[in-house]
Ligand binder design. Structure first.
Ligand code: BES
Ligand code: MN
Ligand code: ZN
Length: 499
């Protein structure tokens, strides 16, 4: 699927469908819609008058133009009330109308934007349309072998703009295409079943990312981890036949010697729970326990494609959590890479173990900021629901920047407290820490545990257990892997450039 930008006029554009966004309850048509309506002899006016189309959010109405326009059809999509219009509604509406057209087996469409709807936000409007369309049309089909010729696919959406707007919109769409491609890359990794997305395969994907300019990839193997004393990561891996990998992606787009931003993503390619085994129901969803790692890889990929003038290091500890003969046992004590000891009371609290070693390793880079992203706790879903990212940390500035990035991208982030008192709950009787603080405040005690491994560096933890995977279609996120935090991280990185 390609989004292209063309100079011209939608009314003169040959296409299978001319897509138009329209607000609800407006007395008059905008210039753009009035022009097209007039050419068709009032076809749009008709459907509005008859009440067939009101402009309610994401309402779709397809009209046949019967030769009055080069476009075969007009596809109206509702944007809701003008007063309430925001970028998130634009994303959702354009996703919806394109999904509808794809369902009709339409392959190419064209659109023009009514800039008066979001004055002063031209480029953001075009970006939101691109995001909605690209992300909303995502489908994961590599394992479908039957009737592949029946798969419906949209090939192109032309964005028709005035010559004056062309250079700016072209540039914005070009960049947004890179970012949405990175989101879809993350979705692909997460959607893949764990037998085809092992730590080794994740590492191969990272090596491919490193074919880009200024990107390099190193993968620490088991032997090296042993030599370094990464026993928390090794402990989790010990029940699996799949060798663990610590994937390191370095992007050097910034000044030489400038402190990098460290992104650390949980890369559990399958979480069975280990000896503290999970119930069978929904265990299949634990192939998505590498969503944080996929997001980190995708963010580095986008940063390199965008040629951001920053240094970034992406770290992904990748392993399975299985219950083989060598597996961790409840009560085992591990000496982590940091030297601190951890009593493993529940082998299903494995994410914090592998992150402990990866976070301590990140400190070698003397990072300007550390952000970790992890499907860490079911408790986060209980606390905030399935759509919301939990944020914890003590660095007010960094948290502010994450919230700003979240608001810009439409990703939902909510902070949970991380007061010192929570650390009491993860003190072990015989080791330094235990890996669970029990049922209460599960997301917070997990973050409190991680905080012990980040030294004094500015650090924020994002728990994406809820939004990483969705069991129903949501606006521009089709059911399945969401690629959540990729856009947020890229937005954050872009804002670091500006500051
Ligand atoms: N990967 C899970 C968390 C999770 C659960 C993510 C559901 C997405 C959906 C994590 O490794 C885990 O099992 N956490 C335990 C921690 C507990 C044992 C302290 C949990 O949340 O139950
Ligand atoms: Mn687990
Ligand atoms: Zn897990």
């Amino acid at each position: 699927m390609n989004i292209t930008v063309k100079k011209g006029n939608l009314a003169d554009t040959k296409t299978q469908a001319a897509v138009l966004g329209m607000c609800e309850g407006e007395k008059e048509f905008s210039l753009l819609i009035a022009g097209i309506d007039q050419k068709t002899g009032g076809l749009i006016r008709d459907v509005v008058k008859k009440g067939d189309f009101e402009g309610k959010p994401s309402q779709v109405c397809v009209i046949y133009t019967k030769g009055t326009l080069p476009a075969e059809r007009i596809a109206l999509v509702g944007l809701g009330k003008k007063k309430e219009l925001d970028l998130e509604k634009v994303r959702g509406a354009f996703a919806r109308v394109m999904q509808h057209l794809r369902g009709m087996n339409i392959r190419d469409a064209a659109t023009a934007m009514d800039w008066s709807l979001l004055p002063d936000q031209k480029e953001k409007f075009a970006v939101a349309v691109t995001e909605g369309v690209k992300l909303g049309l995502y489908q994961y089909t590599p394992y479908k072998t039957l009737n592949r010729d029946e798969l419906k696919e949209m090939r192109e959406l032309k964005m028709i703009v005035a010559p004056d707007d062309y250079p700016m919109i072209l540039e914005e769409v070009r960049k947004t295409n890179m970012i949405t491609d990175a989101v879809c890359f993350a979705r692909d990794l997460v959607s893949a079943p764990s037998n085809d997305m092992t730590p080794a395969i994740m590492a191969d994907h990272a090596r491919k990312i490193a074919e880009r300019k200024n990107v390099s990839c190193h993968v620490l193997e088991k032997g090296k981890m042993k030599a370094l004393g990464m026993n928390a990561l090794l402990g989790v891996a010990s029940g699996s036949h799949q060798p663990p990998k610590l994937i390191i992606l370095e992007y050097k787009g910034g000044k030489k010697g400038e402190a990098p931003i460290a992104l650390v993503g949980k890369g559990l390619t399958f979480d069975s729970g280990g000896i503290s085994i999970k119930p069978a129901e929904k265990m299949d969803e634990m192939k998505t326990d590498m969503s944080g790692g996929a997001a980190v890889m995708a963010a580095v990929m986008a940063a390199a494609d965008l040629e951001l003038p920053l240094n970034i290091v992406g770290l992904v500890p990748a392993t399975e959590n299985m219950s083989g003969g060598g597996a961790l046992k409840p009560g085992d004590i591990l000496k982590s890479y940091s030297g601190k000891t951890i009593e493993v009371l529940n082998t299903d609290a494995e994410g914090r173990l592998i992150l402990a070693d990866a976070l301590s390793y990140a400190l070698r880079y003397k990072p300007a900021a550390v952000i970790d992203i992890a499907t860490l706790t079911g408790a986060c879903i209980i606390a905030l629901g399935e759509d919301v990212i939990g944020m914890l940390g003590k660095d007010e500035q960094l948290k502010k920047e994450i919230i700003r990035a979240a608001q810009a991208t439409g990703e939902l982030v909510w902070e949970l407290p991380l007061w010192d008192s929570y650390s009491e709950m993860i003190k072990s009787d015989i080791a330094d820490y235990k890996n669970t603080g029990g049922r209460v405040a599960g997301t917070i005690t997990a973050a409190a545990f991680l905080s012990k491994f980040v030294g004094d560096y500015p650090w924020v933890h994002l728990d994406i257990a809820g939004p990483a995977w969705t069991t129903k279609d949501k606006s521009y996120i089709p059911k399945g892997a969401s690629g959540v935090t990729v856009r947020l991280l890229v937005e954050y990185l872009q804002s670091r450039v500006k500051r």
